[in-house]
Design a protein around this ligand. Structure first.
Ligand code: MSP
Length: 641
């Protein structure tokens, strides 16, 4: 890694979509990381942008009756405006229709073509119009087949250009294995390795203009445009001077973190590295895939109408409260739930209660008893005093925040700051400044208030990358100045200037009312000691999707004597599940078995490993046996039920 340099990217968003909470999240996260690194004095660069070519854009433009370029020029504004509203501090915004990008894509294509990395061939197979990808029969949704295709899948026969991706398969596997930080979190690295265990095909990188004209023309054949992903991925380097500004490129690339959502893992961890390898360009340091924001337990989707609009929350609760929620609530890598109830609960407990109360209690007393000036206090008292204990908690937050940002767990960093804030509230409870204010000697009161303000100064600086406007307001209210926080000051006690005048400010986080909960059904009165099993309707049973699955691999989970990680084949799809069967089966005993699993269980992370499904087993007392299929050669992926 280039020392002290930090280049972070977000995916470039399809310009056609209305920006939703998923887009806001990735961009906000990148912003928080960029702001943190800037405070550390690192040479930081933060890139975001829009993905503007492809079939969907062309169709949408046709529908509006405007040329595609005019269409994307209108749509892109929604993203630009949202980023401004959400206090996003990107250094560059790239659009794939800009010449600085299209020119580089063409140069790359020409170079790869000249070096024999791209060839022409006949394609005869299925094409998914919705995802704009070539697919095989096993990728079809359930209930469909080659004879019965869904509307969005077409049979296509055409000549196209292909990138020799398959030749990099072995290299990529070794690279991923040798560089554990390359794909994060670990379970996503395993997912990519699982994908690479199957034969990798070459990548079709062209679309005939007769079918789709809205794209970057192939430099060696003007009858074709470039496949939208081959075009889009290049943005990460075209924006930082690849083939156009060597100095800038050397300064920025390789990126330290490329943030993506889990749904675009393969394009970023298979297509992108093989493209870079063929170009002879270094790999990014880390590609980090975060989970999804769910609406309650469900996927957000336009058709269900449960997509959270980030602007609505920013309007109602403030931009910084939204930013805080997004960072604090999602443990990076996992899915998280976004509901109004969870939002208000966290807002009230962390911001209105813990941080808001601390601030208003302290400042009220300073204005009343210290003539609106930073009180004059002595040095930090010795170890063992409540003051020194509080300062130690604050220092733990300082080290935790930097450690967790480095580990890509800013949620834990924020949690450490909240712990320090709660300790500060406890400290005030112990010293009871409202009692100290009644003493003749007011010095102890001044000490209490000064120490509390110092705790606030450091915590506000730590939360500044998450809530820039509110934390700047807080810093001003306590007399910490109007400049960005200086990280060197965070470990030093006594930075607030005694005697400095303070202006009264507004409350930072007014409380919000919880939405009314839906009435809960009353528990029925059942006779004591009678164990009843609730009856369910057949539709309830069929909510669980059971399928046969073949165990391909089994390994013990490190540090857990009951768990095995199983790699399964479920009708051609590879899945990983964690099963609590290690006390009953050795890995060798389960490999090759055809078991039954629940496939639509919400993924869970067990001991840091992702589990996507659950197997069926019968147990009684200490005995356990797997439910297996005994017919020989029975296929995996078959429905059970
Ligand atoms: N244009 C491509 C990316 C090209 S990058 C070279 C694309 N665009 S997108 O607009 O569909 O999605 C962008 C990102 O938003 C993805 O990383 C996706 O994971 C993320 N999200 C979309 N819905 C989401 C949630 N509900 N929750 C969290 N992020 C999700 O894909």
């Amino acid at each position: 890694m280039k020392k002290d340099s930090f280049y972070v990217t977000t995916p470039i968003y399809y310009v056609n979509d209305k920006p939703h909470i998923g887009h806001a999240y990735t961009t906000m996260l990148a912003d928080m990381l960029a702001r943190s690194h800037r405070l550390l004095g690192h040479d930081t660069w933060f890139l975001t942008g829009t993905d503007e070519h492809g079939q969907k854009v062309q169709e949408a433009a046709d529908k509006r009756g405007v040329p595609p370029q005019e269409h994307v020029d209108t749509m892109v504004k929604r993203f630009e405006e949202l980023w401004e509203r959400l206090e996003i501090t990107h250094d560059d915004f790239i659009r794939t229709t800009e010449t600085r990008h299209t020119k580089i894509v063409q140069e790359i294509l020409q170079d790869l073509y000249d070096r024999g990395e791209i060839y022409q061939a006949e394609y005869d197979g299925l094409y998914d119009v919705r995802s704009e990808t070539f697919i095989t029969e096993k990728d079809l949704p359930e209930g469909f087949s080659a004879e019965n295709l869904p509307d969005h899948v077409k049979v296509i026969q055409e000549t196209n250009y292909f990138f020799k991706m398959s030749k990099y398969q072995e290299w990529l596997i070794s690279y991923i294995e040798e560089n554990p930080e390359f794909i994060q979190p670990d379970f996503r690295r395993n997912e990519t390795l699982g994908f690479l265990r199957k034969d990798l095909s070459d990548l079709c990188i062209s679309r005939p203009k007769s079918r789709l004209s809205w794209g970057i023309e192939l430099p060696f054949d003007d009858e074709y445009v470039t496949y939208v992903w081959f075009d889009a991925l290049v943005n990460y380097i075209s924006a930082v001077g690849y083939r156009s500004d060597d100095e800038m490129f050397a300064r920025r690339w390789p990126a330290q973190v490329q943030l993506i959502g889990k749904d675009i893992l393969t394009t970023h961890t298979v297509y992108w590295p093989t493209m870079l390898k063929a170009m002879g360009v270094a790999m990014p340091q880390t590609i980090f895939a975060h989970g999804w924001w769910l609406s309650g337990k469900d996927k957000m989707s336009k058709s269900t109408g449960n997509v959270v609009n980030p602007l609505e929350y920013a309007e109602r609760f403030g931009v910084d409260a939204l930013r805080y929620f997004l960072v604090a609530e999602m443990s990076l890598g996992q899915d998280a739930s976004f509901t109004e109830e969870v939002f208000i609960k966290r807002y009230n407990s962390d911001l209105a209660n813990d941080l808001g109360n601390l601030t208003s209690r302290v400042l009220k007393m300073v204005h009343t008893h210290c003539d609106s000036k930073v009180p004059v206090a002595s040095a930090l008292p010795a170890e063992g005093t409540p003051e020194a204990d509080l300062w130690n908690h604050v220092q733990t937050a300082v080290s935790e925040m930097s450690r967790q940002v480095e580990n890509m767990r800013p949620d834990l960093g924020v949690a450490a700051v909240m712990t320090a804030i709660r300790e500060a509230n406890k400290y005030i409870g112990v010293r009871a400044p409202w009692k100290q204010a009644k003493d003749e000697n007011l010095q102890p009161l001044y000490e209490t208030l000064y120490v509390s303000m110092e705790a606030l100064r450091v915590c506000a600086a730590l939360l500044y990358p998450v809530m820039p406007a509110k934390m700047m307001a807080l810093r001003t209210q306590i007399g910490a100045g109007v400049d960005e926080p200086n990280v060197d000051d965070l470990k030093v006690f006594g930075k607030l200037v005694e005697g400095a005048s303070l202006e009264e400010g507004e409350g930072l986080f007014p409380r919000h009312q919880k939405p009314k909960a839906a009435p809960q059904p009353k528990p029925s009165k059942k006779a004591a000691n009678v164990v009843t099993v609730e009856e369910i309707a057949i539709e309830d049973f069929f909510k669980a999707q059971l399928k046969t699955a073949k165990v391909l691999e089994a390994v013990a989970v490190e540090g857990a004597d009951k768990l095995l990680t199983l790699q399964l084949d479920v009708g051609g799809e590879q899945r990983q599940i964690i099963a609590g069967i290690a006390k009953h089966y050795t890995p060798e005993q389960v490999i090759g078995k055809m078991i039954i699993i629940v496939t639509n269980l919400k993924p869970a992370v067990i001991r840091g490993v992702e589990s996507r499904g659950m197997l069926l087993a019968a147990s009684k007392g200490k005995k356990l046996t797997l439910v297996t299929v005994d017919a020989e050669d029975f296929p995996s992926g078959a429905k059970v039920g």
